[in-house]
Design a binder for this molecule. Structure first.
Ligand SMILES: NC(=O)N[C@@H](CC(=O)O)C(=O)O
Ligand SMILES: [Zn+2]
Ligand SMILES: [Zn+2]
Length: 429
C-alpha cells in the first residue's frame, strides 16, 4: 500500500528563486513537483503562503545520551530537532562513555538508530575522555560510521595531539572538527574578556584562547591536508584567519551559531547564566565580523550548538552555571526573523547555510532540493504568522535559552523524515 501526501501551492526555493508549486510525496520520496498537480492523495495540505524546504541539517548538536539523560535524550533531542525543521543532526561525542572506542561508539550509534526521529550522524571522539593526549582508534570509528572526529567541549591542548588526530583523520578521509580553546588563556573566565566583563565584575575569557589555537591548527591542517572544520567560530580574528587560510588553499570550513550572529556581550543583561555559553558572546565588532564572514563565504554554515542543561545547572550565577544554550527549536526561526526579513540575507542563503553547505562539506546523504526523486526529508514553515518562543512549547528537555519570550516568524508546521511525520504542529493541519 502506497501512501501519498500532496502539498498544494507551497513556496519552494528553486535556483535561488521562491516559486509556488504543488508537491506530491509518495511514501518516502518526492514523486511530482509542478505549478499545478491534478491528482488525488491520501492527505492534502493546503499550504498557501507556507515554505516547503529540504529538511534542515545541523552539523553541531548535543543529545546527551548516554551519560546525561537528565539534560536531554536522543528521543527528546531529536523531537526538538524535528520541531525546529531539522531532519539530520550531527551529534557531538561529549557523552559518558565518550565514543572514543569502538564499543562506546557502537553503543551510541545503536541508541541513535533506536530512539532518533531524525537522521543522526554521529561524531567519534578524538581521544579518551576528550582530554587524553593519545588519540583513539580513528580508523575503527570511521569504519563504524563516524562522520568526523572532534573533542567538542574541550580544545585539543597540544599541537602534537592535534597533528596525530589530523593525520589519522586525513588517512580515513574524514573531517577533523575543532572546538578551539587554549585553556592556558581561559583563566577561570565565564564570559568574554572585555568591557562588559569589567562592568559586571565577572572573570573574562581572552578571545585569543580561540584565535591563537585556531592559528596553530590552520598550520597543522595545511601540513596534513586534512579537511579541518572550525566549530562555533566567534571572533573577528578567527574570521580573518579562516579567510586567509582559504585564500591560501587550506582545506578549511567553518560554522557559526545563531547566538553569535544575533547577540553580543552588550546584550548580557546582568548575572544571568542564560547568556553563558562557550565560546562566550563576544564584542559588537566580533558579531559584525561573523555576519560579514558568513555573507562573504568565509564562514560556510550555521550550526545550532544545541546544548541543553537542567534548570538547576543554569539557575546559578554566571560563575557556577554550565556553559551552553539550547537552539535546535529556534535557530531557523530566529535567523529568518533577524537576517532574512530585514534583508540582510536571502532565504536561499539561509537554506544554503542550514542545508546544502553542511551536506556538501561533510558529504552527508541528505536532500538539498525539493525535486522529484529526492528523499522526502522536508520541513514546512509558516513565514507569515508571528509567534512567541515559549519554554512550555519546547520538546527539548532544555529550556536554557535567552531567546525565550522573543516573537519570531517561521513556525514549523510539519517535518517529514523519509516521508514519516517526525513533527506536526498542534491543530494546524
Ligand atoms: N557550547 C557550550 O557552551 N557547551 C557545549 C560544549 C561545546 O559546544 O563546547 C555543551 O556540551 O554543553
Ligand atoms: Zn564546543
Ligand atoms: Zn558543542
Amino acid at each position: 500500500m502506497m501512501t501519498t501526501l500532496l502539498f498544494k501551492q507551497v513556496q519552494i526555493v528553486e535556483a535561488d528563486q521562491v516559486v509556488t508549486r504543488d508537491v506530491l510525496v509518495t511514501d518516502d520520496t518526492i514523486t511530482a513537483v509542478a505549478p499545478q498537480l491534478d491528482v488525488t492523495a491520501d492527505r492534502v495540505i493546503q499550504a498557501t503562503g507556507q515554505l516547503l524546504t529540504p529538511g534542515l541539517v545541523d552539523i553541531h548538536g548535543h543529545f546527551r545520551e548516554p551519560g546525561f539523560e537528565y539534560k536531554e535524550t536522543i528521543a527528546t533531542g531529536s523531537r526538538a530537532a524535528a520541531r525546529g525543521g531539522f531532519t539530520t543532526v550531527a551529534a557531538m561525542p561529549n557523552l559518558n562513555p565518550v565514543p572514543a572506542t569502538l564499543s562506546a561508539f557502537e553503543t551510541v550509534q545503536a541508541r541513535n538508530q533506536a530512539s532518533g526521529v531524525v537522521h543522526i550522524a554521529q561524531y567519534g571522539a578524538i581521544s579518551e575522555g576528550l582530554t587524553a593526549d593519545e588519540i583513539g582508534d580513528l580508523p575503527a570509528l570511521a569504519a563504524a560510521g563516524a562522520i568526523a572526529f572532534t573533542n567538542d567541549g574541550k580544545g585539543v591542548q597540544t599541537a602534537a595531539t592535534m597533528l596525530d588526530a589530523m593525520t589519522a583523520a586525513a588517512k580515513v578521509n574524514r573531517p577533523l572538527v575543532a572546538h578551539v580553546e587554549d585553556e592556558s588563556l581561559v583563566k577561570g573566565g565565564v564570559m568574554n574578556l572585555g568591557a562588559r566583563s569589567a562592568e559586571l565584575g565577572l572573570p573574562g575569557i581572552n578571545p585569543l584562547a580561540e584565535s591563537a589555537q585556531l592559528a596553530r591548527d590552520l598550520m597543522l591542517a595545511q601540513a596534513t591536508g586534512v579537511h579541518y572544520h572550525v566549530a562555533h567560530l566567534s571572533t573577528k580574528e578567527s574570521v580573518a584567519l579562516v579567510r586567509l587560510a582559504k585564500q591560501n588553499g587550506i582545506h578549511v570550513t567553518a560554522e557559526v551559531s545563531p547566538h553569535h550572529l544575533l547577540l553580543d556581550e552588550t546584550d548580557i543583561t546582568g548575572d544571568d547564566a542564560l547568556f553563558k555559553m562557550n565560546p562566550p558572546l563576544r564584542a559588537p565588532a566580533d558579531r559584525v565580523a561573523v555576519i560579514a564572514g558568513l555573507l562573504d563565504g568565509t564562514i560556510d554554515m550555521v550550526a545550532t550548538d544545541h546544548a541543553p542543561h537542567s534548570v538547576a545547572e543554569k539557575e546559578r550565577s554566571f560563575i557556577g552555571a554550565a556553559f551552553g544554550i539550547t537552539g535546535i527549536e529556534t535557530s531557523f526561526q530566529l535567523l529568518y526573523t533577524h537576517l532574512v526579513k530585514p534583508g540582510i540575507a536571502t532565504l536561499a542563503q539561509l537554506l544554503t547555510w542550514m542545508n546544502a553547505a553542511p551536506i556538501d562539506a561533510f558529504r552527508l546523504d541528505a536532500p538539498k532540493r525539493v525535486a522529484v526523486g529526492e528523499r522526502a526529508d522536508l520541513a514546512l514553515f509558516d513565514l507569515e504568522t508571528p509567534y512567541q518562543i515559549n519554554a512550555q512549547d519546547f520538546l527539548s528537555k532544555g529550556v536554557n535559552t535567552p531567546f525565550i519570550g522573543e516573537v519570531v516568524y517561521g513556525q514549523t508546521q510539519l517535518t517529514l523524515v523519509a516521508g514519516k511525520i517526525a513533527y506536526q504542529a498542534e491543530g494546524e493541519l
